[in-house]
Design a binder for this molecule. Structure first.
Ligand SMILES: *Cc1c(COP(=O)(O)O)cnc(C)c1O
Length: 219
């Protein structure tokens, strides 16, 4: 098995002590690797691709909490709505509406995060600050989604000053959103991956999404 047990146990212990949730990002990793981490007691797994998630989910224990963190097309929401715990990559109002509709069909309420564009790269999806506030204003109109907070990805760069600036920007948007929308009980700030999670923790992350550090590099 290719799970790095030591890295997992150290990271898990230190995050638990800080009250931070660890999502194990298992995209492109085999069932056996997910089972290995499950055997160590882990339950929170994140995937990026609908087809891959839909193939894996029935083969694995039903008490796994699945988080969706990849770009999500509206016409695919229906495949994950029956079981997905949280969708972190909500980047348009129309996607939020579709999640609400599909959740309603399943008789569920699905937790979501709004993805905020903080990186300099054009390719990363997400709302800008103004859009976040306008979606939050409409957030309580949708009975079958519960907006829990924000998610962001920093630029892929060695420049730690830049990465910290991006995380601090997201943290300040999160803090202002919490102040303004007390009725929503926003409690989740999902930021930090294998390469930058220590910086994200410094800037107030409550949930990190870690893949390669636990499972090894993806091919
Ligand atoms: C792949 C991915 C991760 C995990 O990346 P690692 O560098 O392997 O830790 C985290 N968040 C998102 C949105 C991803 O797509």
């Amino acid at each position: 098995m290719s799970v790095n047990v030591n890295a997992y146990q150290q990271l898990k212990a230190s995050l638990t002590a800080q009250g931070v949730t660890l999502l194990a990002v298992s995209k492109k990793k085999p069932i056996a690797d997910i089972e290995a981490l499950y055997q160590l007691g882990h339950r929170d797994f994140a995937e990026n691709y609908v087809q891959e998630l839909v193939e894996k989910q029935p083969q694995l224990p039903s008490d796994i909490r699945w988080y969706f963190i990849g770009h999500l097309q509206r016409n695919k929401v229906k495949y994950i709505a029956p079981f997905c715990t949280q969708i972190q990559s909500v980047d348009s109002l129309s996607l939020l509406q579709e999640i609400n509709k599909q959740a309603q069909k399943c008789g569920r309420v699905i937790d979501v995060l709004l993805q905020v564009h903080i990186a300099s790269e054009e390719t990363k999806f997400g709302f800008d600050e103004q859009e976040v506030f306008s979606v939050l204003e409409q957030g309580s109109l949708y009975a079958n989604v519960r907006i829990k907070g924000l998610m962001g990805m920093a630029s892929f760069t060695e420049n730690t000053d830049q990465v910290q600036r991006e995380f601090s920007t997201l943290k300040s948007i999160f803090d202002r959103a919490r102040q303004q929308f007390t009725e929503l009980s926003l409690d989740t700030l999902s930021m930090g991956m294998s390469g930058d999670y220590p910086l994200a923790l410094r800037w107030g992350s409550t949930m990190v999404r870690v893949g390669s550090l636990l499972f090894g590099a993806r091919s």
